[in-house]
Write a protein that binds this ligand. Structure first.
Ligand SMILES: Nc1ncnc2c1ncn2[C@@H]1O[C@H](COP(=O)(O)OP(=O)(O)OP(=O)(O)O)[C@@H](O)[C@H]1O
Ligand SMILES: [Mg+2]
Length: 393
């Protein structure tokens, strides 16, 4: 396998995209861009079946319920959409198994004019923002979910969600009704996740109220377990100079050098980003590079919006002093997971000093299982292939 060029860019270029995801997968295997994996091939076949059903799927956007005409038309049977019985696939498996790769093959080939691929975090943030704006414009206390669902379904009838996960009670409460409304409008969902539906939000306060959403998911989506034996992220070679253990004078000097090199000597100064009306201080920024300590970012009450702002604003982050995380640090661990998800998703380069290798940073505690993905990503983020990817803003 050639690791000097990002696999993701190679698998789709020159691939027979007109024949669906299975052909793209087989093509990538035959060109030896990826290794053949029976579990992945089986998943590609399931995605291919969905691909065939969805060709040219484009149900008309429905009229909003709260218009007179909308209410009248709603008295007709709801399932007039031709593909309404196909609600989609939930692709679940351990880290680095190729779920996102397969979903991207599906997304790139789907012959659905209105389609959207989005990280689930970003989708949730957008949904909360839209609800907030809608309530400001409609102070009458009406239900914001139907107009939100109309708007989302109007934009895309195929939604591909990467990294479906529920961390937040506010999300948990809103999602059941939103998804029900989306499925009712003929929206098809393909999602990747590390968690089977029955384990979503498990052990969290308020889970009982969330159970109906799990039923909605299971009722509408086929759950497909991708049980490849290999974490493919670990097949890549690490560059060796981006993760410095332990923190201390030598690591600090190495990070100083990396900061200067990545920012090409641009002047260092503090900057302030604005995140949803709030100020987020970046103590040191130079060119497109920001430098923080672990406590700047993860020991304070920052959230997904802050990490997203950092990931879109900067193409590289230098992060000093990642400590070992214990069960008492589960809040820091949760924020760190969120930070790395955002950096990884936007292909932000990371140079860090840490008390241990990624695998050993957070062995026990709430969210330690989710941390396995973070560790896998941190390993991939040290590869030359990752450093070769363009920043996604
Ligand atoms: N069969 C394969 N051969 C070689 N590389 C592969 C193969 N399948 C996937 N990869 C590579 O492994 C890496 C991880 O794949 P991917 O991101 O799709 O995993 P994932 O299942 O989505 O992981 P996560 O749960 O952490 O999001 C990617 O860089 C991908 O290109
Ligand atoms: Mg993934």
């Amino acid at each position: 396998m050639d690791i000097t060029q990002p696999v993701e860019q190679q698998v789709l270029s020159g691939a027979p995209t007109g024949d669906g995801p299975l052909a793209v997968y087989r093509h990538a295997v035959s060109r030896k861009l990826i290794v053949s994996d029976p579990a992945q091939a089986a998943a590609a076949e399931r995605l291919q079946a969905l691909w065939s059903k969805l060709r040219h799927y484009d149900p008309p956007a429905r009229l909003a319920r709260n218009t007179l005409l909308g209410r009248f038309l709603r008295r007709k049977p709801v399932d007039e959409a031709p593909g309404a019985e196909v609600n989609g696939l939930y692709l679940v498996g351990e880290v680095g198994r190729g779920k996102s790769m397969l979903m991207d093959m599906f997304f790139a080939t789907a012959e659905v004019p209105r389609r959207r691929r989005i990280h689930f975090h970003a989708f949730m943030q957008e949904a909360h923002r839209r609800i907030f704006e809608w309530k400001q414009a409609n102070p009458g206390g009406e239900d914001p979910i139907p107009p939100l669902a109309d708007r989302i379904a109007g934009e895309a009838i195929l939604l591909c969600f990467d990294e479906f996960q529920i961390n937040d009670i506010a999300d948990a409460m809103m999602l059941g009704r939103l998804f029900e409304a989306l499925f009712e409008r003929g929206v098809v969902v393909v999602a990747t996740s590390n968690t089977v539906p029955d384990d979503l939000f498990r052990g969290q306060p308020g889970r009982d109220a969330f159970l109906p959403f799990i039923d909605v998911l299971k009722q509408h989506l086929d759950v497909l377990v991708l049980d490849s034996q290999q974490d493919y992220r670990r097949m890549r070679d690490a560059t060796g100079d981006t993760w410095h253990v332990p923190p201390g004078p030598a690591a600090r000097a190495a990070l100083d050098r990396a900061f200067r090199a990545l920012s090409e000597g641009a002047p260092v100064r503090p900057v302030t980003l604005t995140v949803m009306g709030r100020a987020l201080a970046v103590p040191q920024a130079a060119g497109g590079v920001a430098r923080f300590t672990f406590s700047d970012l993860c020991a304070r009450n920052l959230g997904a919006g802050d990490y997203l702002a950092i990931a879109t604003h900067f193409n590289a982050v230098v992060l000093d002093d990642i400590p070992l995380l214990t069960p008492d640090n589960h809040n820091e661990a949760r924020r760190f997971i969120n930070l790395i998800d955002n950096l990884y998703d936007h292909r932000v380069k990371l140079v860090a000093s840490a008390a241990a290798q990624p695998d050993a940073l957070y062995p026990d505690g709430t969210g330690a299982q989710a941390f396995e993905r973070t560790a896998s990503r941190l390993v991939e983020m040290q590869t030359e292939a990752y450093f070769g990817l363009a920043h996604l803003t």
